[in-house]
Design a protein around this ligand. Structure first.
Ligand SMILES: [Zn+2]
Length: 298
């Protein structure tokens, strides 16, 4: 039920043209500037930007090709939407390097990351079918019998990726740690700019952020490779910003409740007073998840 509700609200947000991801720092409209995103990465990871920009997907979905230098097999993370040209481009880039796709991984099941996965697996497998497997937390998005979850270590072509479950953006959101490059692939849990829309529970999301913050500090993470937007070269600053933003919003909601607001709508009327009313339904949904969190908090 929650998933259904979340999905319809996401669609609603899109209809509204709601841009919950835009951040004041980036409000100058760097969206659409794909030059800094397509081709970015680390020694082992390279971004191929999908041509699906929108308020929800920023510049488009970041597809990642990840491989050990000199290895024949690579991993592709989030093939992206079912866009034949994009999927073909990713497959051609891999083939052009004289390599092949050993495995496809999904950070989560949202269609802008997963809808092209089966088609891509087919393309990358030479159209023979049954070649390349797709691993994801949600069984609905897998191809083959292998899942993906907390503590899993994926080794393909000598590459090592460690898997963490980081629910919040969605219940099935994963984060991948690429130790050789000290890179954190966050999917939509942390984006290159702005903040992410939550389909899952706020409590889960806050725990995920705290965990990623502690993990990044502990491992001395060098870079965040997000599901949308540019890479972030200061992981701790980015995570602190995300955590602060959520806490600030929560404090505003708490204050509105303390001042007498009884419903999500009443909270919105106070906290979002300066925001266009067409966005209030979306804001109400966000506030409701914050109220749920505050009510469930011990
Ligand atoms: Zn996404």
């Amino acid at each position: 039920m929650w998933r259904l509700a979340g999905t319809s609200v996401l669609r609603h947000l899109e209809t509204l043209g709601w841009n919950p991801v835009r951040h004041p720092d980036r409000a100058s409209g760097r969206m659409g500037d794909m030059s800094e995103i397509d081709g970015m990465g680390t020694e082992r990871a390279t971004c191929v930007l999908a041509p699906n920009p929108s308020a929800m997907t920023l510049d488009g979905t970041n597809t990642w090709i990840i491989g050990e230098p000199g290895a024949e097999e690579v991993v592709v993370v989030d093939p992206g939407p079912k866009d034949g040209k994009h999927l073909r481009r990713v497959a051609d880039l891999v083939a052009g390097q004289g390599r092949r796709v050993g495995l496809v991984l999904l950070t989560h099941g949202h269609p802008d990351h997963s809808a092209g996965a089966a088609k891509f697996a087919e393309l990358a497998g030479g159209g023979k079918g049954g070649g390349v497997k797709v691993r994801a937390l949600d069984p609905a998005h897998r191809l083959g019998d292998e899942g993906l979850g907390e503590g899993d270590v994926v080794t393909t072509g000598g590459l090592e990726l460690r898997i963490m479950e980081t629910p919040g953006h969605s219940d099935d959101s994963l984060t991948f740690w690429l130790p050789a490059d000290r890179a954190v692939l966050t999917g939509d849990t942390v984006l290159g700019y702005g903040t992410t829309v939550l389909e899952g529970k706020l409590g889960d999301y806050l725990s995920s952020l705290d965990r990623l913050r502690a993990f990044s500090a502990d491992q001395d993470a060098a870079v965040i490779l997000p599901g949308h937007g540019p890479k972030l070269d200061d992981p701790l600053a980015a995570l602190d910003h995300y955590i602060d933003h959520r806490r600030e919003r929560l404090a505003q909601v708490e204050a509105a409740v303390a001042a007498g607001a009884r419903t999500a709508r009443e909270v919105v009327e106070v906290v979002y007073a300066d925001v266009d009313k067409s966005l209030w339904p979306a804001a109400e949904w966000s506030v409701q998840s914050q109220l749920d969190y505050l009510n469930e908090r011990p």
